[in-house]
Write a protein that binds this ligand. Structure first.
Ligand code: OGA
Ligand code: MN
Length: 296
């Protein structure tokens, strides 16, 4: 089998054929996937029916796993439905029932409907996310991906100069607060302490610059908060214009992988209090902070 990639959209996204992710990958396959990620930023692998173990084994080919846990969600270990390596992006309880409308975890997870980059609230943010569709709703629940390289390229030179060295504070406290979810315990507030991230990133392989935006970004260091938030809102709005967005309509057993360093994503609404959507994510850890120094 030869791995091939066909573009899905003019600027972002490719579909991968000719590889069985249940089998150990050759070095050539791994190299082709990484090169595809560098170019397309989002790769879709259709028809990959994986177990959790197979998803983890495949993911390990691409780097060290970032473990979900108390710094990234409010789920207590005793309430977890999935093995520790997998982020549970479903709308399901441990007993495989849909969350009640006012369930606290549901409220928290609704933050995924805002444009974001995974783990931008961690001091060392993630590299890739790998999402496997195990159950999908009959309607809605698309995932949209915006190309932050295109977002950067579209800025005028004055704006590029103004933002070149800006640093933002990112926290789950901010993104959840945007939806009015602010009932966090002392322990959660401590886990979600803001971290610093550069607003402009340079891809280590291609050298392309991109906007590092996320709904987790609550302010810009040294700026008045309202001025920072208004700029961040404008940048997000401009960078997520339809020409820069690939809309993924899920098929059962799709596996979709994206580069969090060059994209944002969001999930769209579906009937989540009646229909099941079981999505499971492995995450490849990043290797460096985006700012030289994390200030305490
Ligand atoms: C994620 C995420 C969106 C979705 O897995 O990080 O935001 O479509 N998922 O469920
Ligand atoms: Mn996400």
């Amino acid at each position: 089998m030869t791995l091939t990639i066909r573009p899905l959209h003019p600027v972002i996204g490719g579909e991968v054929d000719g590889v069985d992710l249940r089998q150990p990958l050759s070095e050539d396959d791994v190299a082709a996937i990484n090169a595809g990620m560098d170019r397309f930023a989002v790769l879709v692998f259709p028809g990959q029916e994986l177990t959790d173990e197979q998803q983890v084994a495949f993911s390990r080919h691409l780097g060290e796993l970032e473990m979900p846990g108390a710094v990234s969600n409010i789920t207590k270990p005793k309430d977890r439905r999935l093995p520790p390596e997998l982020a549970d992006v479903s709308n399901l309880t441990k007993d495989h029932k849909v969350f009640e409308r006012d369930d606290r975890t549901r409220m928290f997870n609704l933050g995924n409907r805002l444009w974001h980059s995974d783990s931008s609230f961690r001091a060392v943010p993630s590299k890739y996310s790998i999402l496997s569709a195990r159950l999908i709703p009959v309607a809605g629940g698309n995932t949209e991906f915006a190309d932050m390289r295109a977002g950067y390229d579209a800025l005028d030179d004055d704006m590029k100069a103004e933002i070149a060295d800006l640093v933002c504070e990112h926290s789950l406290i901010h993104s959840r607060g945007l939806l009015g979810f602010d009932e966090l315990s002392e322990e959660e507030l401590a886990n979600f302490k803001p971290v610093l991230q550069s607003l402009v990133r340079t891809h280590p392989v291609t050298g392309r610059k991109s906007l590092y935006l996320s709904s987790h970004a609550g302010t810009i260091v040294g700026w008045p908060v309202p001025e920072a938030r208004s700029l961040l809102r404008d940048l997000i709005e401009d960078a997520t214009r339809p020409e820069f967005v690939y809309v993924h309509k899920w098929r059962l057993h799709d596996l979709v992988m994206w580069d969090n360093r060059q994209t944002m994503h969001r999930v769209r609404r579906f009937a989540d209090t009646t229909e099941k959507r079981d999505m499971r994510r492995t995450t490849i850890a990043g290797d460096t902070p985006t700012v030289a120094q994390q200030v305490a």
